[in-house]
Design a protein around this ligand. Structure first.
Ligand code: FES
Ligand code: FES
Length: 174
């Protein structure tokens, strides 16, 4: 005997990286799964699904949020930015790496890269709050994210380098 369960689905409009995604999801659909599977933006990674590792961090109205702890239906009115949305528009098709992305490249801030999207979004928000962090403040900024490759030294360097790049770009455009 088979048991069929029908689950109510909800039409949800998600605003991700400046684009609108119309998705139909059950109320229990995690935002992380909606971003990856319904929107097709697989840059957001899922590690623990318990809010511990930070791999799934996205920006929700500019603030870093564990997307594995939020339901997609709760994000309807929010502006979501994933790692794919960090690149800056420079008039070319590919865009320009954001200061944090560039800094990770300059300072070898990633190894396998699994944790990297969560670090990039977390640091992007952190530097908006504190554009000139000390080394200790840089460590504090990333304290909620886990890297299984344990490349923390270079990630701290990347935070400090990203602050420099941001300042250089701001000076360049002044
Ligand atoms: S997958 Fe969300 S915090 Fe680990
Ligand atoms: S670079 Fe591999 S988990 Fe962080």
């Amino acid at each position: 005997m088979t048991t069929e369960t029908t689950e109510q689905l909800h039409d949800v409009r998600l605003h991700v990286n400046g684009a609108v995604h119309e998705v139909r999801v059950p109320a229990r659909r995690l935002l992380s799964d909606a971003i990856r599977h319904d929107c097709g933006l697989t840059g957001t990674h899922v590690g623990c699904e318990h809010g511990v590792c930070g791999a799934c961090t996205v920006l929700v109205d500019g603030a870093p949020v564990r997307s594995c702890l939020m339901f997609a239906v709760s994000a309807v009115d929010a502006e979501i930015t994933t790692v794919e949305g960090l690149t800056e528009d420079d008039g070319t098709d590919r865009g320009r790496l954001s200061p944090v992305q560039q800094a990770f490249s300059d300072c070898h801030g990633l190894q396998c890269g699994f944790c990297t999207p969560g670090f990039l979004t977390t640091i992007t928000a952190g530097l908006r709050e504190n554009p000139e962090p000390t080394e200790d403040e840089a460590r504090e900024m990333i304290a909620g994210n886990l890297c299984r490759c344990t490349g923390y030294q270079n990630i701290v360097k990347s935070v400090l380098r990203a602050a420099e790049i941001t300042a250089e770009r701001e000076e360049g455009s002044a």
